[in-house]
Design a protein around this ligand. Structure first.
Ligand SMILES: Nc1ncnc2c1ncn2[C@@H]1O[C@H](COP(=O)(O)OP(=O)(O)OP(=O)(O)O)[C@@H](O)[C@H]1O
Length: 433
């Protein structure tokens, strides 16, 4: 018997010393289920009452004012009651609990208490959502899942690109059929180009025309030129390409009108034109001008064309993905109008609060705060909006340049021709030489 106990003890010791860390490295989710979750669940249940009182989530069943003779007496009642909490449920990287709100309570107080809860439960973060009136769902994540996001999968769909992993462990998908236009903001070295590379890798095998506008001489998007139907590398070329796209869009509009449909997706397969995704790297290069008249005119033209594409493109199969280091109204009045049309927002680390505010501020103030807390070590981490109006932290899949160039070379033969756009570009390039 004593030998058995000794062997058991040795086994437990070996597990603690070697097995635990091995499992943590190999299968972090299992490590969490076996060791982390029971301890965290116990911590949630044992600390709930104290934390709820400290963060004003607990309320007293007795009113704060009472009558003492003719006097109204005001004060804190004794023994506040914490809201009812469900048993913590394990998730892959954390746990969730449902809290039943006290009458008159709103989820706002729980949002304010989220940091305190994360601290008390010793977890990375606590997110607060309200799935149903009167209930809040507290989702705790044990460690930052975006430090080493695993590879996730998603069902392939046309015009949808699996670009990374969400904080929840789900797939981060940019679905252009659901959200037709996107704005990507981020300081230099924050991960914008990597995200664009990932997007191109995902769209390259699909029947989609890619048009690039990279006024930094085509240094970024030039890598994918083999799979691009057109690539503008300076503002003059951008004006020509965007102008030709507006004309193309007007032709599609006429086709739809004649066929009696409201979008190209309602046209029969044979008549449906190929969808076009216009990728703009560095928005500021299109908008800024040095004050000279011709430069100013070009900037204004770019602004007008982009706005037109964004306003009408969704139904006509023309989609915009616009990236920039700094997105602010100082770039010109057209930027704010354009932003309003770009429903999908992605904000990496930014240098100025104005850009985070511009990217996410009109959608959610909390998202702005979270975007501003992304550090320089977290390249590729961003706050992104979801199709149903929510937001999440996410990290793009690191896609090395060699992989993207290999994919674009493999699918180069699939590149659809856009003759009007190519002709406009050639005409400008001919005029320049
Ligand atoms: N998802 C990611 N995971 C890990 N590292 C990443 C990720 N995305 C980017 N990085 C790292 O950050 C570096 C900078 O990324 P990237 O070139 O995409 O930034 P950028 O915002 O486009 O910068 P710039 O504006 O200067 O072109 C990359 O070389 C890469 O090492």
């Amino acid at each position: 018997m004593s030998w058995l106990l000794f062997a058991l003890g040795l086994g437990v010791l070996a597990w603690v010393l070697v097995g635990g860390s091995w499992l943590k490295r190999r299968a972090p989710a299992w490590h969490w289920y076996l060791t982390g979750y029971p301890a965290a669940a116990l911590r949630v249940l044992t600390t709930w009452k104290r934390v709820a009182i400290l963060t004003d989530l607990a309320v007293s069943p007795r009113p704060r004012r009472g009558l003492l003779g003719d006097l109204v007496v005001k004060g804190e009642a004794l023994r506040p009651v914490p809201p009812r909490l469900s048993f913590p449920r394990a998730t892959r990287m954390g746990l969730t609990v449902v809290v039943r709100l006290h009458p008159g309570q709103t989820p706002a107080v729980y949002l304010a208490a989220a940091d305190a809860l994360a601290h008390a439960w010793r977890v990375h973060a606590v997110r607060v959502t309200s799935p149903e009136r009167g209930l809040v769902l507290l989702t705790a994540t044990a460690t930052d899942p975006l430090q080493h996001p695993g590879l996730v999968t998603a069902r392939p769909r046309q015009l949808a690109a699996l670009v990374g992993a969400l904080e929840s462990g789900g797939a981060w998908v940019m679905d252009l059929r659901l959200v037709p236009h996107w704005l990507i903001a981020g300081a230099t070295r924050s991960g914008k180009s990597t995200l664009l590379a990932r997007l191109v890798t995902e769209l390259a095998p699909q029947p989609v025309a890619l048009v690039g506008v990279d006024c930094k001489g085509g240094m970024e998007l030039g890598l994918f030129a083999r799979r691009m139907s057109a690539l503008a590398t300076c503002r003059r070329e951008a004006v020509a390409v965007l102008g030709a796209l507006v004309v193309e869009m007007q032709e599609r509009m006429t086709d739809c009108r004649e066929a009696g449909v409201r979008s190209i997706w309602d046209l029969p397969d044979k008549l449906r034109p190929v969808p076009i995704v216009v990728i703009v790297d560095e928005l500021a290069e299109l908008y800024l001008s040095d004050g000279r008249r011709e430069n100013k005119a070009e900037a204004e033209q770019c602004s007008t064309y982009l706005l037109r594409l964004a306003q009408l493109g969704a139904a006509l199969g023309v989609h915009l993905v616009v990236a920039g280091q700094r997105v602010g109204s100082d770039l010109g009045p057209g930027v704010t109008a354009l932003r309003a049309q770009l429903g999908g927002r992605i904000c990496h680390r930014v240098n100025d609060p104005g850009t985070a505010e511009m990217a996410l501020g009109d959608l959610n103030k909390d998202a702005v705060t979270v975007a501003q807390s992304i550090t320089a070590e977290e390249a590729g981490v961003a706050v992104c909006t979801g199709p149903n109006g929510g937001w999440s932290r996410a990290r793009s899949h690191l896609t090395p340049t060699d992989d993207v160039t290999a994919v674009t070379a493999r699918y180069a033969a699939l590149t659809p021709e856009l003759p009007a756009v190519a002709d406009a570009l050639t005409a400008v390039q001919g005029g320049e030489s």
